[in-house]
Ligand binder design. Structure first.
Ligand SMILES: CC(C)(COP(=O)(O)OP(=O)(O)OC[C@H]1O[C@@H](n2cnc3c(N)ncnc32)[C@H](O)[C@@H]1OP(=O)(O)O)[C@@H](O)C(=O)NCCC(=O)NCCS
Length: 330
């Protein structure tokens, strides 16, 4: 199959991570857990925690400013802002609108995409579609997640897994055959209750009973989620590769969603990509939901892991369930 011609490319990226590091040793003092358990089951050693006064929009704006500076664009040039977040600052209006105001991007349409940990893939795919259809020239795609704000810090089964962070990408129409070669997005709403926040919307508003049960915070059936993640990320890897006319052997760098080292290894094994071609930072940040791939991409670029022409496969899975993938020619 002839490789598809990319219509849209990532020009530059940026990231913002809070300074505060929360280690496994500190978690040992907060809940009944151990560094050995967390490391063996997840690969996570530490994660970042944003200060109380910083919200998702501010985190995302910090990452966006770096990406914009690297692309050499100013706020007025941005046509579309797509924010992926599972941790909006509030339910109305969109975090993207707050972020737009922080950037002063007065000519942009701004909206949120709610696809949990698959959010960066979803948001890039939406931006790609808008730009390819001629609805703008420059898009800003931002994943920003303050997971510490929705985690139950007394639930050892979830609180050890998550962290805060934001990543951003400036996206525009492809000029020189680099860019998005394929993408795949999928979801299955019948499995929503395996990973969710049961209350806090209009169906089950927050009241005293909700607060008592902590039903406004994350609940997860870890083992079921694990199995679905491995299965879905394998399908997603297959689909993006197929649509790009490539196989795992053609890929120079796999950037998987960073939730758990065992899921990352299973995905790489399935896609036939050796671990030296897999970007891993889960040990430093834990699961930052949609921001994991955005941050990892920015770090990989900074570390020189992408050369002109490098083929990158991104694969993600999250609440919804949602899953998706994307192949990029750098
Ligand atoms: C959460 C996860 C690490 C748990 O690992 P697991 O091997 O499935 O472990 P289980 O949930 O079966 O629990 C095993 C035991 O460890 C215990 N346990 C759970 N969390 C623990 C913790 N932080 N410290 C110590 N023990 C813990 C459980 O209570 C259980 O004890 P029991 O056997 O006495 O009942 C794993 O299921 C996972 O990574 N799931 C996917 C999570 C994920 O990626 N979510 C986001 C998707 S985007």
């Amino acid at each position: 199959m002839k490789a598809p011609k990319p219509l849209v490319e990532i020009v530059s990226t940026g990231r913002w991570l809070p300074e505060r590091v929360l280690t496994n040793a500190e978690l040992e003092r907060m809940v009944d857990t151990s560094d050995a358990w967390i490391t063996e089951r997840t690969g996570i050693k530490e994660r970042r925690i944003a200060p109380p006064e910083i919200g998702a929009a501010e985190m995302g704006a910090q990452a966006a400013k770096i990406a914009m500076c690297r692309a050499g664009i100013h706020a007025g040039e941005i046509d579309v802002i797509v924010v992926a977040t599972a941790t909006p600052d509030r339910l109305l209006p969109a975090t993207a609108c707050d972020l737009q105001a922080l950037l002063g991007a007065t000519n942009a349409a701004a909206f949120d995409v709610s696809a949990a940990c698959t959010g960066f893939i979803y948001a890039l795919t939406v931006a790609e579609g808008l730009l390819a259809a001629g609805r703008g020239e420059i898009a800003l795609v931002i994943s920003t997640e303050k997971m510490s704000g929705i985690v139950d810090w007394t639930d050892r089964a979830t609180c050890v897994l998550f962290g805060d962070g934001a990543g951003a990408a400036v996206v525009r129409k492809s000029t020189n055959n680099r860019g998005i070669l394929s993408s795949f997005i999928r979801s299955d709403g019948t499995l929503a209750e395996l990973l969710w926040r049961p209350a806090g919307g209009v169906k089950v508003p927050v009241d005293y009973a909700v607060l008592d049960e902590k039903a406004h915070l994350i609940k997860m059936a870890g083992r079921e989620v694990f199995k679905a993640a491995v299965r879905s990320m394998a399908e997603a890897a297959d689909q993006a590769l197929l649509r790009a006319g490539l196989t795992g052997e053609d890929i120079d760098l796999l950037i998987p969603h960073q939730a758990n080292m065992r899921i990352i290894e299973a995905t790489a094994r399935y896609a036939n990509i050796p671990m030296e071609k897999v970007y891993v930072n889960v040990e430093r940040y834990g699961n930052m939901s949609s921001a994991t791939i955005a941050v990892a991409l920015d770090e990989a670029i900074e570390e020189g892991r992408l050369k002109p022409g490098s083929k990158v496969l991104m694969v993600a899975f999250g609440a919804g369930f949602t899953w998706g993938s994307l192949v990029l020619r750098w």
